[in-house]
Design a protein around this ligand. Structure first.
Ligand code: HEM
Length: 483
């Protein structure tokens, strides 16, 4: 057993530590959640590794994650320093990277005014409905670009909510691209740079041999800066020339109660965190519909019965569409986009079930493993919305809310995200048939393969998407403002 030098109670078990470097060589690359799940099978629900003075804890059970990250959230809500992404590229002022404290709370409160109450969320419904309808039109004309169109719609929607952009204005298109690029750079910058383990390296000059990481960071910092500054400068210009539309930034700047810098960074935090997470969930949904035709047909039957075929569904139909609601939950469980969530840092020494967790420990819940636990979700790889329907099963399975994170760091955009997923799925199912592609008469079977990374996307697949009938075609082509 390993004991912490500060305490006689043991750290949670885990792979054998070597002198000095500890578990440095054990740290997996690639799909870490799979290795962590194996560690869980070997050492139990709570596993620890340590190197260079840092302790990492991986939690492979829903109950333990809840006990620590939710119930003791007050001391599990900090984030680690991220010398590469946070310091050198500049993400340290973005909410997901902020240390726990007053400024963090101020930003969360501000996001809550936009994303946290039924009234504030309802104000955004027409935007979600219009953007979902635009996505239908785009898919109709360019079905082969499904993945890109979903990504673009998701980015455009966030920028519209946050800054008030509308996609019609081509001048704003680059803002979506810049945010997308900055976030793609982020995924690389948080993954495996030595400076994150040895922060002292951030002081070596960028021309020095071995400092190529600094030059890469400088390149990424330019895109990142553009993502934060340009849309904000644009909206300020608009306001100066009499802009009247409502948006998060426009409303806050007009009211003038929050300081400008907090509004700017909070805005950038949402437009960075929202698009990919939402888009990859939507893409997984399309894949699931191609793989599970019975689920698609049942959803279409529900839509036909409740909404009919004379109009597109709206968010106000949500309470009467329980099967679509269950598909939303199942898509979050089947393809958790953040398979390990984001790391939480412990701000005080803690004890759990006889183990010692020192202050500073980084804790990650293996969300992927929890979604695949057959004791909680029988037949876990199977896409089955009925697991969440009280009318179908005597034991409704737990809601996959935990795919949005934990405690005081839980995703502030989750309520809006669920509404966006709902209306996107409902609209797509009401007008399209989604199926497997046929090549030379053979159906191509998609797989549920996913990419590695902090945010993991479903691997590309082949499909066919066609309007369900003539009436569906008319509905897609109808003017978006008629919704
Ligand atoms: C399906 C869509 C989404 C999923 C699955 C998702 C998931 C997550 C997860 C797992 C976290 C980390 C929570 C933790 O550390 O415990 C997170 C954080 C965050 N999300 Fe989301 N998210 C989604 C959509 C959105 C949207 C639409 C927005 C903005 C409108 C957003 C804004 C944020 C922000 C700002 C954070 C950082 C919170 C903090 O560090 O305190 N997310 N999200």
């Amino acid at each position: 057993q390993k004991f912490s030098s500060r305490n006689l109670r043991p750290l949670p078990p885990g792979p054998k530590r070597l002198p000095i470097i500890g578990n440095l060589l054990d740290m997996p690359t690639g799909k870490r959640w799979e290795t962590f799940a194996r560690w869980g099978e070997q050492w139990g629900k709570i596993v620890s590794v340590s190197f260079l003075g840092e302790t990492f804890v991986i939690v492979n059970s829903f109950e333990v994650a809840k006990d620590l990250l939710d119930k003791r959230s007050g001391i599990y809500a900090d984030r680690p320093d991220a010398p590469m992404a946070g310091g050198l590229v500049g993400w340290k002022n973005i909410v997901s990277f902020l240390h726990y404290g007053d400024h963090f709370k101020q930003c969360r409160r501000l996001m809550h005014t936009l994303l946290g109450t039924p009234v504030s969320l309802k104000k955004l419904h027409y935007i979600h409905e219009q953007e979902s309808h635009k996505l239908l039109k785009a898919i109709l004309y360019r079905p082969e670009e499904l993945e890109h169109l979903i990504m673009h719609t998701s980015g455009a929607l966030l920028l519209r909510v946050v800054y008030g952009f509308s996609q019609e204005n081509n001048k704003q298109y680059p803002f979506v691209e810049t945010a997308d690029q900055a976030v793609n750079d982020l995924y690389i910058s948080v993954d495996g740079f030595l400076v994150d383990v040895l922060p002292i390296l951030s002081h070596i000059p960028s021309w020095a041999p071995g400092a190529s990481f600094k030059r890469r960071a400088q390149g990424w910092a330019v895109t990142f800066d553009n993502m934060v500054e340009r849309p904000f400068a644009w909206i300020k210009e608009q306001l100066a020339s009499g802009y009247i539309e409502s948006s998060f930034v426009a409303d806050n700047l007009r009211e003038g109660t929050e300081d400008e810098s907090t509004v700017k960074w909070t805005a950038a935090s949402m437009s960075a965190a929202g698009p990919d997470t939402t888009a990859w969930t939507v893409y997984a949904f399309f894949k699931a519909m191609a793989m599970y035709p019975d689920v698609m047909k049942r959803a279409q039957a529900e839509l036909d019965e409740v909404v009919g075929q004379d109009r597109l569904p709206l968010l106000s139909d949500r309470p009467r569409l329980p099967y679509i609601e269950a598909i939303v939950s199942e898509s979050l469980r089947w393809h958790p986009v953040a398979p390990l969530g984001f790391p939480h840092r412990l701000t005080e020494d803690d004890y759990y079930e006889g183990y010692f967790l020192p202050k500073g420990t980084l804790v990650q819940a293996n969300v992927w493993k929890i979604t695949r636990d057959p004791a909680v979700y029988p037949n876990p790889d199977h896409f089955d919305p009925t697991r969440f329907l009280a009318s179908e099963t005597s034991e409704v399975q737990p809601s996959p809310d935990f795919t949005f994170g934990w405690g005081r760091r839980i995703c502030p955009g989750r309520l809006m995200a669920v509404e966006v997923l709902f209306i996107t799925y409902a609209m797509a199912l009401s007008v399209f048939d989604i199926s497997k592609a046929k090549v030379n008469g053979n159906l191509i079977e998609p797989t549920d393969e996913r990419s590695q990374g902090v945010v993991s996307r479903p691997c590309a697949f082949q499909y066919s998407i066609k309007p369900r009938n003539k009436r569906a075609l008319e509905l897609i082509e109808q003017d978006v403002s008629l919704n």
